[in-house]
Every structure is written in structure tokens, then in C-alpha cells.
Write a protein that binds this ligand. Sequence first.
Ligand SMILES: Nc1ncnc2c1ncn2[C@@H]1O[C@H](COP(=O)(O)OP(=O)(O)OP(=O)(O)O)[C@@H](O)[C@H]1O
Ligand SMILES: [Mg+2]
Length: 339
Amino acid sequence: MIEGPILAIETSCDETAAAVVEQRRVVSSVVASQAELHTPYGGVVPEVAARHHLGTVNAVVDDALAEAGLALADAAALAVTRSPGLIGALLVGVATAKALAYAARKPLVMVDHLHGHVCAVWLDPVALDPPFVSLVASGGHTRLDLVLDYEAPVLLGQTIDDAAGEAIDKGARTLGLPYPGGPALESLARGGDPAAFEFPVALSGREQADFSFAGVKTSLLYRVRDLGAEAEVRRADLAASYQEAIMRPLAERLVGAASRAEVPAVALGGGVAANGRLRALVEEHAAGAGLRVAAPALSLCTDNAAMIGAAAQFTPAIPWPEFVGEDAIPTAPTGGVAA
Ligand SMILES: Nc1ncnc2c1ncn2[C@@H]1O[C@H](COP(=O)(O)OP(=O)(O)OP(=O)(O)O)[C@@H](O)[C@H]1O
Ligand SMILES: [Mg+2]
């Protein structure tokens, strides 16, 4: 366990983030989102993301330290997201963290972004201790892990095609909503009937922990095409039914996996965990199974650096100056969440 404050940096996708975390306490957390920059393109443009991180990262780090009332010299260690993500974006964070750690003669922790999403519930005030089953549903990943200890979550299942967030974003686009689609789809769905349309739930009807969201996405496309002009009038119902077809299997398989593993709690993480309908469904199913539900604050679900500071406590620190040869890795190592 690293004693003292950790300065953590996250730049894997389109959020430039830095945080100071001391044990379970988030002392400061700054997130500069580039989402608006990518809106005209309907998705993240890797080159634009990397260039923007470059212009923003130093100011974001300074803000995180200032909010914590600390100087770089006060940090016990630095931590940075090493993988997975967009290579150009990751490189900005890794180069920045290496330079700062080198100059300040501090150890550096190279963190896996998904491990960060799992560890968000370790932080106060949730402060969840293992054992539990974790669902991380984000823009690029959807997976269930059995967490017996935070060092090495064990993969139970994952999506075999699209991530839940990807299906949300693409479905939102089909319904004419702007990028990023998650929050927009959720608010449109609030005025609709989740039972108005039936969308297929893939891989249902058996005990398993994998997911598939490619079919439901295509099904929405066909439904909108078949409805023609009526689709415009039924947008809220389409959004609510589509959201339901994604959130229901997430909630059911999370709770099913936890019951089979005989653990007392389930945890949520990743941007899709910000969804109110998913939270309600998980609460409902978990209550029936007698499980505790641990969900981080919304700001700790979407990308942030505080969760990277949390995962740093469960990842070996590399002493100064041995980390100078460390690199960013665009794809996650296969197997468990942690590298
Ligand atoms: N309220 C919401 N309802 C549903 N989905 C949401 C909501 N808020 C955000 N999302 C979705 O969360 C995703 C972003 O999550 P996150 O920032 O964790 O992903 P990422 O970092 O891009 O991907 P990864 O973590 O897999 O590398 C997007 O797909 C977005 O639409
Ligand atoms: Mg993420």
C-alpha cells in the first residue's frame, strides 16, 4: 500500500484527467472532457484527441495539485493509465507522468484502465471490500469479474461483439441524438414506454456471463427503417425499449453471476453505470437475491483519474528511475483486468 498522496493521470480516450488520491480518499479530481470537440464527427477522432490532451494535460495536472493544496514534491508516487485506449492519447499521459516522476524522483505505477473502473468502488464513500462481482460497462468494454482481491480480478464473462456503451452510442445516433449518446438516450427514454417495442436479447435463457449487443443495434436500425415517418413520433418509446434491451441483460447476468459465486455484493463501473435505469434494475434484482449494490458516484463511472489512483494501490510501483523505458499499450493484455 502506498502511504501518502498519489498523483494520477488518465488520457486513454477523450477525457484529460488528473487526481490526487490518498488511500481511499479522493483529495481532488479534475476532468477536462473533449466530448464537444468530437461531436461534429459523431465519435472520437484519435488524432484530435491526442493533440488536445497535449495542450491540456499540464493545466489539468496543475489544477489537481492546486485543488489538493499540494506540490508535485508532496506526492508519494505517480500513476498513469498505460492501457487500453487510443495509442496517441495514452502516449500523452504516459510521457507526462514519466517526465514528472523522473523530475521529482518518485516511483511510477503503470495502471490498466479497466482495473481502474473495477477499483472505483474501493474509494470512499463506497469503500467496498471483496468478495464481489463487478460489472464494467463502458464505451469499449463490457465484462464481469469476480473480485476476491483487488490485485487480480478474475474474468467471468464479456461481450462477444459490441460493448454496451458502443451499442448505446450507435443506437442514439440511429435515433438522431448527438454524440456522446448515453445521457441523451437516457433522457429521451424517460418519456417513453420500455415495453412498447420488443428487441432481441442475445444469449439469453442460459446461465452464462457473456454478452452480445450487435444484434439489438441492428434490430433498432431495421425497426426505425420499417416505421418510416412514424419513427419520429415514437422516438421516446424506441429509446426506452432499446435502453431496456441493453440494461436488462447487464443487470440480470451481474446478479446471476454473483449468486452463483456466492458473494455478498455486486459492483458497477464504467460510463454505462451512470445510467439510472441500469442502477434501478440492478437494485431490483439484487434485492431479490439479498445482495448489496455498490455503485460509485456518476463522476467516478465515466473516465476519471481518481479510479487510476485507486488501482495504483493494487499494482506494483516501479521505482525511480526504472520506469523510463515503460510504454503505452493500446490493447489490453488478454486474461484478467490487471496487467
Ligand atoms: N447515462 C448514461 N446512460 C448510458 N450510457 C452512458 C451514460 N453516460 C455515459 N454512457 C456511456 O458510457 C460510455 C463512456 O464510458 P467510459 O468513459 O467509461 O468509456 P471509455 O473510456 O470510452 O471506454 P473504455 O473504458 O472501455 O476504454 C459511452 O458509450 C457513453 O454513451
Ligand atoms: Mg473508460
